[in-house]
Design a protein around this ligand. Structure first.
Ligand SMILES: [Zn+2]
Length: 87
């Protein structure tokens, strides 16, 4: 299927980049949870509220800021003892 590990890795990176481009950020007005979906979500994945709306520019910036902190924490191995949860 893939000739080399690098080829497989490049394909995975492209897949992740495409997926990230398709993702939109949403906010839950009830619990203030910020999350991303590639399609319109039916309910908040945290509290189940159905009044989901698209995130404001400020909320998207906040979401990205938190994501960067989490990615840096993962790179530093701070989450290595916690079980892996699919995103
Ligand atoms: Zn919620």
């Amino acid at each position: 299927m893939f000739k080399t590990f690098e080829h497989a890795f490049d394909s995975l990176v492209l897949f992740m980049m495409k997926r990230r481009l398709l993702m939109k950020t949403y906010a839950c007005p009830k619990c203030r949870y910020l999350f991303q979906y590639s399609h319109s979500p039916g309910a908040c994945p945290d509290c189940g509220a159905r009044s989901i709306r698209k995130a404001t520019v400020e909320e998207i910036r906040e979401y990205r800021r938190i994501q960067k902190i989490l990615e840096e924490d993962i790179r530093m191995g701070l989450w290595s003892d916690t079980p892996c949860v699919p995103i």
